[in-house]
Design a binder for this molecule. Structure first.
Ligand code: C2E
Ligand code: MG
Ligand code: MG
Ligand code: MG
Length: 293
């Protein structure tokens, strides 16, 4: 994935290391230093309402800017962070940083955006710690809980249903929202969707990619949208790249979209520039309405 984007990956950098275990060890040793060295950063990708195009929120996507290896994809280092027990600290940093950023944008006059944060299954193994982390980040930043959305995957749901249910209920009580990421790629049963306090489904990008050419993908995407709406959930499509895909998603009454069609994930500064270029400067008239939640 990172290779496709023309970036150096860790594996490219040390081809002489044939031993996968050694690579992982080197990577985890470097990752341990990444937080204190301030090499981690967040990029933000817009989430847009399909009915009127207004900006609803952003998803925070973690990046690792290594001094020698360059930008490393989360797909490469999140698994290492999970294995080496670094994910809790990294995850806590992500939550803290993202909440602060959301409030910083408020102060710059942007509409009140929701902030979506990816949660690793590992973070849910310590439910009380995660809950404390979220509470602390909300308190310190002053971000209203309803503007924080945690993205979890189906893997997490099926792993320990009782624990997950307890934690999701705590988040619901706090006012924090929950989205199921990569929906349709895991093994969760529809029963869980009914039982758990969930707010949103994210149609996985693997179903969006060939939406135009593949009738099966179209059927799956439409079914997810209908299912979500029947359960009173919002539905967002991820990986939207073309106007044709967007048009099809609109016919499915999909609520929101996210993808390169609007913007790639951007560093905070560039996100502001994108926002102003797309919606006009906040000082000017015509400030887009914030989501009617
Ligand atoms: P995800 O949460 O499903 O995020 C969507 C991925 O699709 C992101 O990749 C995003 O850059 C990419 N994407 C967005 N729009 C498009 C598009 O139009 N076309 C294509 N081809 N791709 C698009 P990214 O940033 O490399 O992140 C990969 C995964 O890493 C994420 O998948 C998420 O599972 C994980 N991740 C990212 N940040 C964090 C984090 O802070 N914590 C944890 N635990 N996981 C994270
Ligand atoms: Mg996500
Ligand atoms: Mg996803
Ligand atoms: Mg994913």
């Amino acid at each position: 994935k990172a290779k496709d984007a023309g970036r150096n990956t860790f594996l490219d950098f040390v081809p002489e290391m044939n031993d996968m275990a050694l690579k992982r060890l080197t990577l985890s040793n470097e990752l341990r230093q990444a937080l204190p060295r301030r090499e981690l950063l967040l990029h933000y990708q817009p989430q847009v309402a399909l009915d009127d195009g207004r900006l609803i929120g952003v998803e925070a996507l973690l990046r690792w800017q290594h001094p020698e290896w360059g930008m490393i994809s989360p797909a490469e280092f999140i698994p290492v962070a999970e294995e080496s027990g670094l994910i809790e600290a990294i995850g806590a940093w992500v939550i803290e940083e993202a909440c602060q950023q959301a409030v910083a944008w408020d102060q710059l006059g942007l509409p009140e955006l929701s902030m979506s944060i990816n949660c690793s299954t590992r973070q849910f193994l310590e439910p009380q710690a995660l809950l404390d982390t979220v509470r602390t980040a909300l308190r310190r930043s002053g971000l209203p809980p309803a503007r924080l959305e945690l993205e979890i995957t189906e893997t997490l749901i099926v792993q320990d249903i009782a624990k997950t249910q307890w934690l999701l209920e705590q988040f619901r009580a706090l006012g924090v929202r929950i989205a199921i990421d990569d929906f349709g790629t895991g093994y969760s049963s529809l029963y869980y969707l009914k039982r758990l306090p969930i707010d949103k489904l994210k149609i996985d990008q693997s179903f969006v990619r060939d939406l135009v050419a593949n009738p099966d993908d179209r059927t799956i995407a439409a079914t997810v949208a209908t299912l979500g709406h029947s359960l009173g959930l919002r539905v967002i499509a991820e990986g939207v790249e073309t106007a044709e895909q967007l048009q099809i998603l609109e016919t499915m009454q999909c609520d929101e979209g996210q993808g390169y069609l609007w913007s790639r994930p951007l560093p905070a500064g560039q996100f502001i520039a994108w926002y102003r270029g797309t919606y006009g400067a906040p000082e000017r008239a015509g400030l887009p309405q914030v989501g009617a939640r």
